[in-house]
Design a protein around this ligand. Sequence first.
Ligand SMILES: [Fe+2]
Ligand SMILES: [Fe+2]
Length: 286
Amino acid sequence: MAIEPAQTTHDEPEHTLPDDGGNGDGERTEYAGVLRFYHLAKHHEWQVRDMPWGDIPPIPETTKGSPQRKARRKDVWRSVITQQYQADALAVEMAGQLLSLAPHHEAKLYYSTMVQDESRHTEAWLKLIGEVGGTAERDPYLDKMAKYVLEADTLEEKVFLMQVFYERLIIPRFRLIARSSRGTILEDLCNRLTIDDGIHHGAGMAYERVLLQSASKKVKSKLIQAANLMLPTFVDHALWRPKERAWIGSAMRSRDIARLRAELDDGVRLASSLGLDVSEVELPFH
Ligand SMILES: [Fe+2]
Ligand SMILES: [Fe+2]
């Protein structure tokens, strides 16, 4: 995906430094929250080689049923892994963009860790894909959502769409996958990603709060417009079923819709907690 460097609406210098000359320990209280997540991310850093490769099965093993049934179940897991791999590979691009666009020193320090995190996540998924026999179908809506974020005009929109909204919603999904894949590499990875994306979301909330303090009314209302533009694609993404999982059928659909509604409400609550005027949000399904 080709990325045009987006324009930011900040009137600030290209790179603002705290008083300590930029060693990261300086007092610049409004960015202390962002800096805290930099230190937290460093503290929780891990390596793909730390995972128990070879000691436990990569995905849940099916011993029962016909060979067809076993193959079908394996396809479901391959499909689950493919979507997460796709999301993390796109996250590398988004995190890289945030690192280059964020003008504040503390935020740059933080994003340097997020680029490494997303890249390490991609590495782990690639390794897992190798163990389960390759990728499955890509989710076209996830590609479309990433394009919205990458092509958004302002830093405020990018941080909101990716870190405040999406990274918050992905956490319960990792928990769900972990619960259904106990004792596997997949569970181990999902548990690590739950922690990492918790940090990514927290850092996004902290930074967005600072950004919005000095943002104009126009920037704020453009942010809501950007969210409105992306929401229908988010709905398509949440309800999309690849062919490997199409047989799971419509029983899941009503549960998916209920979960989706709760997730959208959650997003609105987060936006409102950042002081955004959410009366203009157009929620599908409501
Ligand atoms: Fe990630
Ligand atoms: Fe993330």
